[in-house]
Write a protein that binds this ligand. Sequence first.
Ligand code: SF4
Length: 510
Amino acid sequence: MATAIPPYAARLIEDEVGTIWPRAGRELVLCYPNTYRVAGASLGLQVIYRLLNARAGVSCQRAVLPEDAFTAKVPQPVRSLEHGMPLGAFDTVLFSIAYELDLPHLAWMLERGEIPALSAERGARHPLIIAGGPLTQSNVLPLYDFVDVVVMGEAEVAIETLLDVLQSTEDKDERLRLLADAPGFWVPTLHGDAVPDVLVARGPHIPAIGQWRSPHAEFSNMALLEAARGCPRYCKFCVVRAPASPMRSPELERVLAALDLPLYQEAPRIGLVGAAVSDWPPIKDALRAIVERGKGVGISSLRADRLDDEFVGLLAAGGYRTLTVASDAASQRLRGKMMKGLRARHFIAAAQLAKDHGLRSLKLYVILGLPDETDKDIDELIDLCRALRAIVPLAITISPFVPKLHTPLADAPFEPPSSQQRKLERVRRALQRDRVEVRFDSPKWAWIEYRLSQGGRSTGLAVWQALQAGGGFAAWKRAFAGLDDADDAEERAAAVAARGHGLWPVEGAR
Ligand code: SF4
């Protein structure tokens, strides 16, 4: 078929190392409903891309959201990066969805890829639309009317089954029937609101090995390698907490062996990936091995109480310039209530280590709007930031608290955006004179994320209404107001049921 690679895709592919070029076979496209820059930070996406292409008779390309998707007067079409094909030309279209706000991007990509966004408007000639990714740990019900199938949990476990089915028949209904019978696949038209349990990867799947690196990715030219999966801890707000995503640690030898693969040998920097990398016992040995190979290192966020002189020294030797830690809650009282297990002295010690090793700055992640938060908690955060700034340059990134299903705080209230905004302004003004850089996520978009994280099928359809009405905040408000007026009992029942589904079957869960 005639293809036209859009200019943005041509530039991205030209500079990428690790592209898998399509061969003959059943044609799949793996989509990331965000920009290439963000997609490059997803190690899971890289793994799935490689696994799909490893199957004989299958060829998988990729597609991403164009940078100017929501700003250009005439947005660019969505085409595959490798060969410039519209999504509608593929046999199967797969999406990896990181979180709720990627849902409107998925609908947008389908439409701009020449496929109707709503499954009811698609027929036998349209590709099968499959979703998976980290969102499946939270709430998938709003995907109901957009996708044909959802792979629940860690999708590498399901790839063999999925490809067996795709290669066994081209009949769409038959494919849906076969997948609906397999563990971990949710087929909304056959299962309704009954979402199956998530799949858990173990053994040979860990550590996950990267596939590409690029100067245009968020971690520029960094080859990603998994150091740990899941988390051993129980922070009450977090979807990665131990009961939902138990810690799975690879043996050090397997991580070191991966470093000998061409992707890592040729990369200037290696990023160790995992929600709890600093809880992985041999982390310092792995860092030392990377530094001894003359490579830079990257780790996204560290626990302040796991840091010591040797740890930060290795990070500094690996070119690390900003030490990033998470307080999450604003005060000691709230950190305790959230089971965060960190005290102010841990952050002070981290700041001192950053200074001692000549790092440029400390970055602190904070969540505001947790249940029971008071002005006193905010005052304590401001005092802590001042104490840290007295030691080392400081940047804080504030996110509004969004209650997620399958966490102990699933039913907690969401603080209204106006009240969140007042708190943010208060922190920003208080720290202005101290030259603390304060960044924050929009409370309005956090509210949309909240609605999507708690809603059901009708909430998904509200996404479509909001997009049709321009996708601005006013359009979202109108779409959700219509939902509230309808008082959809079925929607509420589904969301309540979803709170109980898909909990990971692990021992010691609480
Ligand atoms: S916030 Fe971090 S430490 Fe706490 S459960 Fe989540 S991943 Fe683990």
